[in-house]
Design a protein around this ligand. Structure first.
Ligand code: UDP
Ligand code: MG
Length: 308
């Protein structure tokens, strides 16, 4: 009998958890030939999330929970869930029903009856999202795929069902600055993409502000591309050419102070910006080298069973 582990990162999800519980139980009933293990990861919630998932775990032996000592972020929650999971297949799913649990039935059917290692989802519309946000999101995907080796799919959600082998490969990447969309692209394997229209969250609020998303995209670029580190060379070449032009110009015509000073200003700007790029990589190297744990568990339910 196959076992599916479902990992559900939860950060302040008290409003939506009862709805999720109902939906997921319907899926469990439908797939009666499959064993289930649902792992809620409470990512330092400040509402009644922990209380609720504790209640589910005590009522139903299929449900377990891990609770962090503080908010470590969704990436850390997914990693913790993967680490705790023992299923032959592992799914990652949001609590807010934006990842329709029913889709799991189709996903399991594909993964268990084909050569695919993973069934992942991507949304084809960005309806219900501010246009400016969609614009920057598209720009980000175009850019990162140009400058990185990892294949990062536009609109990909974290919602996916994968084999144990693939889950273990994700776990073998132990970097602190995690960017899952890149990690999945980087490890490879055969992935089937299911597409669906964007669904709005069933209750509660999104935890992503524009600023948070912006920082996350920088994280993605720094984690999966070193191209920005080459920029200083490119700019030094451009400035060298400009220098020659200005020099010849200055020699031919009497020098223009205005042109020279603006040139000094712009070159200072560029140098500072490039210094910023260096600092970005340095800071990431610094956090990696400290080798701190990705998350800290404050309490968890007892583990049932072991990996096969
Ligand atoms: N989440 C988390 N830690 C965080 C932020 C979010 O575990 O710091 C969880 C959240 O509870 C939800 C999922 O990650 O299950 C997706 O979050 P959200 O719905 O806020 O993001 P969106 O769907 O708007 O991108
Ligand atoms: Mg959501």
């Amino acid at each position: 009998m196959d076992k599916i582990s479902i990992i559900v990162p939860c950060f302040n999800e008290e409003k939506v958890l009862p709805l999720f519980y109902k939906e997921i139980n319907m899926v469990i009933k439908h797939l009666e030939k499959v064993e289930f293990e649902i792992i809620f990861v409470d990512d330092g919630s400040r509402d009644r999330t922990l209380e609720i998932i504790k209640d589910y775990s005590s009522k139903n032996s299929k449900f377990r929970y891990i609770s962090f000592s503080r908010n470590f972020g969704k990436e850390a929650a997914m990693y913790a869930g993967l680490k705790e999971s023992i299923g032959d297949y592992v799914a990652i799913m949001d609590a807010d029903l934006q990842d329709p649990p029913k889709l799991l039935i189709e996903m399991y059917d594909i993964v268990s009856n084909s050569d695919y290692d993973c069934v992942a989802t991507r949304r084809v519309t960005r309806s219900g999202e501010p246009p400016i946000r969609s614009f920057f999101a598209r720009l980000f995907y175009k850019l990162i795929n140009k400058i990185s080796k990892a294949d990062i799919v536009d609109g990909a959600r974290d919602f996916r069902l994968m084999t144990r082998q693939m889950a273990d490969s994700v776990l073998s990447i132990q970097e602190y600055n995690r960017f899952s969309k890149g990690i999945f692209g980087w490890i490879g394997f055969k992935t089937k993409w299911l597409e669906y229209e964007n669904i709005e969250r069933a209750a509660g609020e999104t935890k992503w502000s524009f600023w948070k998303l912006f920082l996350y995209s920088i994280e993605g670029i720094v984690a999966f591309s070193t191209f920005p580190l080459v920029l200083p060379f490119i700019f030094s070449f451009i400035f060298f050419v400009l220098f020659l032009v200005f020099l010849i110009w200055g020699l031919l015509i009497s020098s223009g102070t205005f042109i020279v000073s603006s040139f000094v200003l712009i070159s200072t700007c560029v140098i500072l910006a490039l210094l910023g790029v260096m600092s970005l990589y340095l800071s990431k190297t610094y956090t990696e080298i400290k080798n701190r744990p990705i998350y800290i568990i404050r309490e968890e339910s007892k583990r049932r069973g072991n990996k096969k």
